[in-house]
Design a protein around this ligand. Sequence first.
Ligand SMILES: [Zn+2]
Length: 258
Amino acid sequence: MAEKKTVSVTESNRKKKTTTAGGSNMPAAKATGSATPKRIGAVILWILAIALEVVAILMVGNRIIINLKYHLWFIIGAIVLDLIFVICGSLLWKSANLIDPASEKNKTKFWLWNNMGMLVAVAAFLPLIILTLTNKNADSKTKTAVGIIGAIALGIALLFGHDWNPISAEEKAAMEGTFSDSALPEGDVYITSTGTKFHLYEDCQHIKDRTKFSCKEAASEENKNIVDIAIEHGCTEVCKTCEAKFQKETGTTPAEGE
Ligand SMILES: [Zn+2]
């Protein structure tokens, strides 16, 4: 697997140069620390989203009436705000996952951490849809509108909630080992905006004719570490061609498995 390949580069690097490892890397503790406010922010936004859903449910049941003439519009407004809070919460949560990913060793937590946005999406819209469609007090116009808008909102929230490129603590640790090591052939890592792999050589055949950028430059501009730049752009695996070239140059052989 790709993850194991990453580990193999890391391991061989560590064996060769243990004295200089970690020189350009920020301490992991600092990166972990900034994930907590993001998680708290995400949870607060999600709680607000659920609160708005409750308001919408109460309005559908005519328990809250702000303005009778525009009643349906207030319900729709609550659903839209609900959706905005869910999306903002999910984006914050996913960025926290990049900084401080869950360990694969704890299967439940790993699944939960990577699927939290989708679970919240379901919780923030499905009860509203079901309770509206089964509400005897709601008229058919309200049922149709809330049913359709609620379903669209649920779909959008699921898209934003899904982590398209989840990373584990182990993968990130392996990347940090590779990146921090001064044995990086060019002292830098290169990525493209659409790729999922990071490259060790600027002239790698896969990125030679494409728009690429240096993670090191971006890291110093944004005051982050190289690993976070690559991960933020969805690049969590080392390019196979670069890895082969690296192994050929350094004389290290790939070690399969852990
Ligand atoms: Zn490459």
